[in-house]
Design a protein around this ligand. Sequence first.
Ligand code: ADP
Ligand SMILES: O=c1ccn([C@@H]2O[C@H](COP(=O)(O)O)[C@@H](O)[C@H]2O)c(=O)[nH]1
Length: 289
Amino acid sequence: MESEVKKPFLIGVAGGTASGKSTVCKRIIGKLGQAEVNDQQRQVVSISQDSFYRELTQEEKLRAQKGRFNFDHPDAFDEKLMYTTMKDILEGKKVTINSYDYRTNSICPNKTVTIYPADVVLFEGILVFYFPEIRELFHMKLFVDTDSDTRLARRVPRDINERGRDLDQVLNQYMLFVKPAFEEFCSPTKKFADVIIPRGADNTVAIDLIVHHINDILHPTASLNGLNGHSNVAIDLIVQHIRDFLSNRLSLDALTLSPTSTPALNGAAINGSRGKNIFFNGDPNYRPH
Ligand SMILES: Nc1ncnc2c1ncn2[C@@H]1O[C@H](COP(=O)(O)OP(=O)(O)O)[C@@H](O)[C@H]1O
Ligand SMILES: O=c1ccn([C@@H]2O[C@H](COP(=O)(O)O)[C@@H](O)[C@H]2O)c(=O)[nH]1
């Protein structure tokens, strides 16, 4: 008998550099109890767009070493490889992806990672919503929206401590490429997101809502509300939030649905009991910042 093919629910997680994309993915995986599960058994896996940086020419490598190569431009990625890999994942195939080395600005030779078929796959990166064909593959799109001061303040120590850079290099690269490319290519893709997560992993309400949603996908029979995880993400999450809220017997007064949460849901916001906002982006023109 043929074994069952796992066709996963694919979630895109976009956001500027150091916005907290990988931390959000780790937090989701941890809350789903998947962090300690071995690679072959995992139901929820995360893949970074960094694995799809293309190989540089010799001339580009020399520029990269001087901080003069634009790693924030869409051309820095192998779009075709990203697309075929995501298609294979969606067909339930086992795939092999590259490991990327920031210190050498290149793919690690002889080091790949096997991604086994899973129920939920998170694909995170600065430009995961940029390429239309890839964008259309996602069942759910999240945008981690952290202000640029915070992102720069995080990127500087990270690049110095973990990516082998010095302060001048990090700041030059940021001013020359990272900031302009964020404004031109990354930030405009926020409008494609189903859910915008202000403050990334600090936003526990948003993370909990997303975890609930994924749990419903992983355990459909356990779902209290019979929601369809592939359809209206914003409405599903709001309904779940209200159900949880009521079942936890918290004060109804603390929950305020924004006036924009009309049936049309053109950019609804929930103000949670701890004053944490989650934006459900139904409106392409909606911008929290
Ligand atoms: N909510 C947070 N509070 C404090 N530091 C954070 C938070 N989220 C991420 N970081 C730190 O900021 C840096 C970038 O986070 P990361 O999740 O790798 O961002 P991205 O994947 O968007 O580049 C890391 O050093 C991480 O530990
Ligand atoms: O060789 C490289 C490749 C990429 N970068 C920078 O990395 C970030 C994307 O990674 P995040 O984890 O989302 O921050 C991008 O802004 C590139 O500038 C690099 O410096 N060197």
